[in-house]
Design a protein around this ligand. Structure first.
Ligand code: SF4
Length: 79
């Protein structure tokens, strides 16, 4: 299964909340600085589509998804 890393330039985030509205499973607004952050930085292909939609609809385009190598099929290290 493919995996993707979410890269977000938080300096650019304007805290509009669109990402959280589209994908509350993986995006939340941080109470400290009122900017968004992903709950998980590594996502699998089942989560790719909605997170790519988030990236596409972010008004400042501060989110990128990058495919990462996943030769390691061992999912035990989930902490
Ligand atoms: S959609 Fe973009 S600018 Fe808006 S809160 Fe999310 S990351 Fe920040």
């Amino acid at each position: 299964m493919k995996h993707y890393k979410i890269r977000q330039d938080r300096d650019l985030c304007v805290g509009c909340g669109r990402c959280q509205m589209l994908c509350p499973d993986n995006w939340e607004i941080d109470d400290d600085d009122y900017k968004a952050k992903p709950k998980k930085e590594i996502i699998d292909e089942n989560e790719y589509q909605i997170n790519q939609q988030v990236a596409d609809e972010c008004p400042v385009q501060c989110i990128k998804l990058e495919e990462v190598d996943s030769d390691d099929d061992d999912d035990e290290d989930d902490d």
